[in-house]
Design a binder for this molecule. Structure first.
Ligand code: ZN
Length: 233
């Protein structure tokens, strides 16, 4: 079943749940998310868990100066805006659970990208960002909100030892280059390599409070080695 068809059935299913207005806005929000993410594919991957995580943005994040984890642009308040999107998605996921959605059989064509580095960042970049959020989640949680450098309890930020665009560019250059700023990319192979480049997470990313993150990235008063020293290697 295609997304459109599923959404039509979902509309009927919803009609017994809430008021007509609520249902209409829930559908609109699911469509909105679908413009940025392949919801059914995300559902097949992990029941949309990582996508739901990407839409999670709290008052605490605002206070700590954390950026939203999604590229969806909200006009107005990001906390309430993303929270409504998340609520709509969670309900849609419960519908997919109920109908036992499974992926349609693949047609056997590989997904390819051909173009420049800038276009790759534009079209595939958001997915890369989402993937990094997924890789980091468990590792971040294992730190229990304790900054690796100062040891204070805080909303932790991910400090990348090598920035994402540099990692992406290196992979493209190494494996998929076909001309001057031109790349032919087998996307599945790309994401395998992209994931490998982030492993082990512990050696790629430091989990720091906002202040220490700034000291490392902007003010440069602490170095990577200082943080490694704290870790004891
Ligand atoms: Zn700190």
């Amino acid at each position: 079943m295609e997304f459109k068809e599923i959404l039509e059935n979902y509309r009927k299913w919803l009609s017994t749940k809430h008021s007509a207005n609520t249902n209409a806005s829930r559908i609109t929000r699911v469509k909105r998310i679908a413009k940025h993410y392949d919801i059914l594919n995300e559902y097949v991957n992990d029941k949309c868990e990582s996508l739901i995580y990407s839409l999670t943005y709290t008052k605490g994040d605002v206070i700590d100066g954390n950026e939203p984890k999604t590229d969806i642009v909200i006009s107005g308040n990001y906390v309430t805006g993303l929270s409504s999107l998340k609520q709509a998605l969670v309900e849609f996921v419960s519908y997919l659970n109920q109908i036992g959605y499974t992926a349609p059989a693949k047609k056997g064509h590989k997904a390819f990208f051909r173009g420049s580095f800038d276009d790759f960042k534009r079209y595939v970049g958001p997915k890369c960002r989402n993937e990094v959020n997924i890789f980091c989640k468990a590792e971040r949680e294992s730190h229990n909100g304790i900054c690796e450098y100062c040891g204070q309890k805080a909303q932790l930020q991910s400090a990348h030892i090598i920035e994402r665009p540099i990692i992406i560019h290196d992979i493209l250059e190494r494996t998929f280059k076909t001309g001057d700023d031109c790349y032919d990319v087998d996307l599945e192979a790309f994401f395998d390599l992209f994931k490998q480049e982030h492993m082990p997470i512990r050696d790629r990313i430091f989990f720091l409070c906002k202040n220490c993150h700034e000291l490392l990235d902007k003010k440069k008063t602490i170095t990577e080695q200082d943080i490694r020293n704290k870790r004891g290697y």
